[in-house]
Design a protein around this ligand. Structure first.
Ligand code: CP
Length: 312
């Protein structure tokens, strides 16, 4: 039976955010993820690295990509995976996150994966349980495994991140994906251009070490990567947009705007996409430019690496 490689050392017990990681930690996770890419394409995908380990997935917000890839990742590594049905749990009877955490902790899980609508919920949970906690997205704060899989996708295609000019465009204000990517891409030496209408730009953007644009064509100039973001209508308490049509005209990725980026620029999107609002549907599906499907594919490898590394 394969054993967890204790030589893989990481500075943190939990994966709560990119901000907590060192450059060495990030490279350890990315290097480990690379080892799973070919396995995930093979006929026999099952390993027993996490045999005997229990993984609990706690998703308080909807998810397709993150939840299914964490579940597949755990199963492919041989863990016993339990995805809690939140809508049918005692949370619906008013049980708090802390009581839920302490209840699950009593069952001795080895790792908990949590997505929650409140920024910092995963940090709170991590203080109440003995096992490692992986953040699968908390409020507007961080989505570390998304940034890691985005980095792996860029490295897979461009062979590096250092020195690339990377545009992140759209609803930056509500985006934990943007925040985690800004931290990670800056750490790995990219130049990051942030493009958004002023009312979807975070107030603290000037402190994040990025170039700030409200004109999409200027922000896309000579970029190697164009990362589009979803408009997060569920996090908007008031109307941020005059119309979807106007948003598409100024901030939707269209062939004419993409022409301002480098000729070999790649298009990314964390999903789910609002086609025809933040991205032209043909561009999203253009296999010569879009790596959106590859992001999903490499997400499984990244989550396998995270489970292996953080599941002691
Ligand atoms: N990118 C992402 O987090 O997608 P899901 O909401 O489908 O998990």
């Amino acid at each position: 039976m394969a054993k967890i490689d204790k030589a893989i050392k990481i500075s943190q017990k939990n994966l709560l955010g990119i901000q907590d990681l060192s450059i060495k930690d990030i490279n350890v996770i990315l290097d480990e993820a690379k080892t799973f890419i070919s396995l995930n394409k093979s006929k026999n995908k099952k390993l027993d690295i996490l045999r005997g380990k229990t993984q609990i997935n706690l998703f308080f917000e909807p998810s397709t990509r993150t939840q299914s890839s964490f579940e597949l990742a755990g199963k492919r590594l041989g863990a016993d995976v339990m995805s809690m049905n939140i809508t049918n749990s005692a949370i619906k009877k008013g049980e708090t996150l802390v009581d839920t955490a302490m209840t699950l902790n009593a069952m001795h899980p080895d790792i908990i994966v949590i997505r929650h609508q409140d920024s910092g919920a995963c940090n709170l949970l991590s203080q109440k349980v003995n096992c490692a906690v992986l953040n699968a997205g908390d409020g507007r704060r961080e989505h570390p495994t998304q940034a890691l899989l985005d980095a792996l996708t860029i490295i897979d295609r461009k062979k590096k991140i250092q020195g690339l000019r990377i545009a992140i465009c759209g609803d930056i204000l509500h985006s934990r994906v943007a925040r985690s990517n800004i931290y990670l891409l800056n750490m790995l030496g990219a130049e990051v251009n942030i493009i958004a209408p002023t009312n979807l730009m975070p107030k603290d953007i000037d402190r994040l070490g990025v170039n700030v644009f409200s004109d999409m064509k200027k922000g896309l100039k000579d970029c190697d990567i164009v990362m589009m973001l979803r408009l997060q209508n569920e996090r908007m308490s008031s109307s941020f947009l005059s119309s979807n049509r106007e948003y598409y005209e100024y901030y939707g990725l269209t062939p004419d705007k993409l022409n301002f980026a480098k000729e070999d620029a790649l298009i990314m999107h964390p999903g789910p996409m609002n086609r025809g609002i933040e991205i032209d549907t043909k561009l999203a599906d253009d296999i010569n430019k879009s790596v959106i499907k590859e992001q999903v594919e490499l997400g499984v490898a990244v989550r396998m690496a995270c489970l292996k590394i953080f599941c002691e």
